[in-house]
Design a protein around this ligand. Structure first.
Ligand code: KG4
Ligand code: ZN
Length: 341
């Protein structure tokens, strides 16, 4: 029996990346035919963070050229696409609206199948963009600018088992980097500064040893602010030590809590997703500790960890396989859509 073959367009505009991908689906195997991403980093660097109105205007200006480029790179026409998947939440309402209204118009004009996708389920689905596919049930750690969540994944069900009580892991990177005077977005800048540096500054690891599945990063930010007050003039070497110490504190908490949850829940695999999964120290530590504890480990290739259209197309393909569709009349944005509740 031949496996069904589909071509899916994935559209992502929930925050500060306009990203569109063309995905080939053969049964449960996914391959990215093209992906084009217009980053808004320069637009938001001036303000040191994302201003929703500015993000939405940037998405509006770039979405059609991005679509055209993604189709051209895949050597297909819009009509060759079988379905359109779009992030409909969570995220910035006005930013989401640009992707959702574009997808709705495309579906109306072409009659193609439409599916609204949860952004976090996209990050989760990015773990299927490897040759080796995760076995279920799985425990997933999703870490981004707005989310830090532990999810329990079964074939037909996703359950939120723990999350942050305050700042997200990406937010902890971004806010401490900003305190250190690093440009937006702070996470990659801070990790660049920390490269090849052995951390020596003691910083708190909030809630690390508590027997629950929750996280907290606000205390770390406060500790870094206090440290900077006490050390107003730091040498480049001292700054790099602080960056490495912050990164280690965040990674220690994420890895320790995830492995502890895995030992309780006993999944077949541990998954890592979200923009912070681009952090090489986190990837390596969670991979090593997962395998040492007897769990298979899966994370997307780095280009599919930060916000991207490919992961949305994969999540869309999974929804379609479950028989879900969103008629264009019913598609709506849900900026606070929580997965697994
Ligand atoms: O998933 P994502 O692209 O957007 C949201 O959905 O929020 O995640 C962005 C977050 C930001 O906080 C960014 O600083 C962080 O991911 N990030 C990193 C790295 N690359 C991106 N954090 C640490 N190290 C990195 N290499
Ligand atoms: Zn994201």
């Amino acid at each position: 029996m031949s496996t069904p073959h589909l071509t899916i367009l994935g559209i992502e505009t929930s925050c500060d990346d306009t990203s569109i991908a063309v995905l080939d689906v053969a049964g449960s195997r996914y391959s990215v035919r093209s992906m084009v991403t217009a980053s808004q980093v320069l637009a938001h660097r001036k303000t040191g963070g994302v201003v929703p109105e500015v993000a939405a205007r940037e998405h509006a200006a770039t979405i059609m050229p991005t679509l055209q480029a993604a189709l051209e790179k895949a050597s297909i026409k819009l009509n060759d696409v079988d379905a359109i998947a779009v992030t409909s939440g969570p995220g910035l309402a006005t930013a989401l609206l640009v992707g959702v209204e574009t997808a709705r118009a495309l579906a109306f004009a072409t009659g193609k199948t439409l599916i609204g996708v949860n952004h976090i389920s996209g990050h989760l689905a990015s773990c299927w963009l490897n040759d080796e596919q995760p076995q279920l049930p799985a425990l997933a750690l999703i870490v981004s600018g707005g989310h830090t969540e532990l999810l329990w994944i079964e074939k037909e069900k996703i359950k939120l088992i723990g999350k942050t009580r305050d700042d997200a892991a990406g937010e902890a990177f971004d806010k401490t980097a900003k305190l250190m005077g690093l440009p937006y977005p702070g996470g990659p800048e801070l990790s660049k500064l920390a490269q090849h540096v052995k951390p020596s500054i003691p910083l708190p690891r909030p809630m690390m040893k508590e027997a629950n599945f929750e996280f907290s990063f606000a205390g770390l930010k406060t500790a870094v602010a206090r440290y900077l007050e006490l050390h107003p003039r730091m040498s480049p070497r001292h700054k790099a030590d602080l960056a490495a110490s912050i990164q280690t504190a965040i990674v220690d908490v994420l890895v320790d809590k995830t492995i502890r949850a895995a030992k309780v829940k006993k999944p077949k695999s541990i998954l890592l997703g979200g923009g912070v999964a681009a952090n090489s120290v986190l990837r390596e530590r969670l991979s090593k500790d997962s395998v040492a504890a007897g769990f298979a480990f899966h994370v997307a290739p780095i280009q599919y960890t930060t916000d991207n259209g490919a992961m949305i197309a994969v999540a869309g393909a999974m929804e379609l396989a479950r028989g879900h569709r969103t008629p264009w009349q019913k598609l709506d944005v849900n900026p606070v859509w929580e997965l697994g509740r």
